[in-house]
Ligand binder design. Structure first.
Ligand SMILES: N[C@@H](CCC(=O)N[C@@H](CS)C(=O)NCC(=O)O)C(=O)O
Length: 206
């Protein structure tokens, strides 16, 4: 049974969607980041970065328990453990990892900043808001262009790149993005959202 430490945010839901897609048994431990539970010493012991998500696989490499943080690393680990959702062939594998890194280094951090400045900042900061909204729109344009060429981010196969990106696009209302402006993203978003495993994973931690 994999232990999943998570909260109801896009980075946490990437991992619950992945576990649901793989059909791996897992137990959810809620880490309420609003209450600062990510800073408790027992959590910092498995995630020194004090953020969710983290997994502990009791049956890790060499059969030993294995704690892992960073959602992208967790997705790659689970794909490797099961030989699923990351193509084995070199070209497909690195195209999937390319779009996963695009999510980790671009979509996640930039959409997160947009959420902060539109929804959480205690004062209005027009310069920062404008800067991040503009970059968010540019990233949507890149996604839309890619999804005009292929059904999924990695090509013809649904992979961890899609799993990583979906929960961020699912927050499109938070970052005030009309998916009608990005019809290829909309088609991809609807197709992925129809997957039962995605629906179950997106409801975690409940
Ligand atoms: N790069 C990390 C980012 C994780 C992250 O930012 N998690 C947020 C929730 S989505 C968090 O735990 N925030 C709590 C905090 O910043 O104190 C990953 O992908 O795992």
């Amino acid at each position: 049974m994999i232990e999943l430490y998570t909260w109801g945010t896009p980075n946490g839901r990437k991992v619950s969607v992945m576990l649901e897609e793989l059909g791996l048994p897992y137990r959810v431990h809620k880490i309420d980041i609003g209450k600062g539970e990510q800073f408790k010493p027992e959590y910092v012991a498995i995630n020194p970065n004090s953020k969710i998500p983290t997994i502990v696989d009791p049956d890790g490499p060499d059969g030993e328990p294995f704690a892992l943080f960073e959602s992208g690393a967790i997705l790659i680990y689970l794909a490797g453990k099961t030989d699923k959702l990351l193509p084995a062939a070199t070209r497909g594998k690195y195209v999937a990892l390319q779009w996963l890194m695009f999510q980790m280094g671009g979509v996640g951090p930039i959409f997160g900043q947009v959420h902060h400045f539109l929804r959480a900042a205690k004062i209005e900061v027009p310069y920062a808001t404008e800067r991040y909204v503009k970059e968010k729109d540019r990233l949507y344009g890149v996604l839309d262009h890619r999804l005009a060429e292929a059904p999924y981010l990695s090509g013809n196969e649904y992979t961890i790149a899609d799993i990583a990106t979906y929960p961020w696009v699912a927050r499109h209302e938070w970052h005030r993005t009309d998916l009608g402006r990005f019809p290829n993203v909309r088609r991809w978003f609807d197709a992925i959202g129809a997957r039962p495993a995605v629906q179950r994973g997106m409801a975690v931690p409940g």
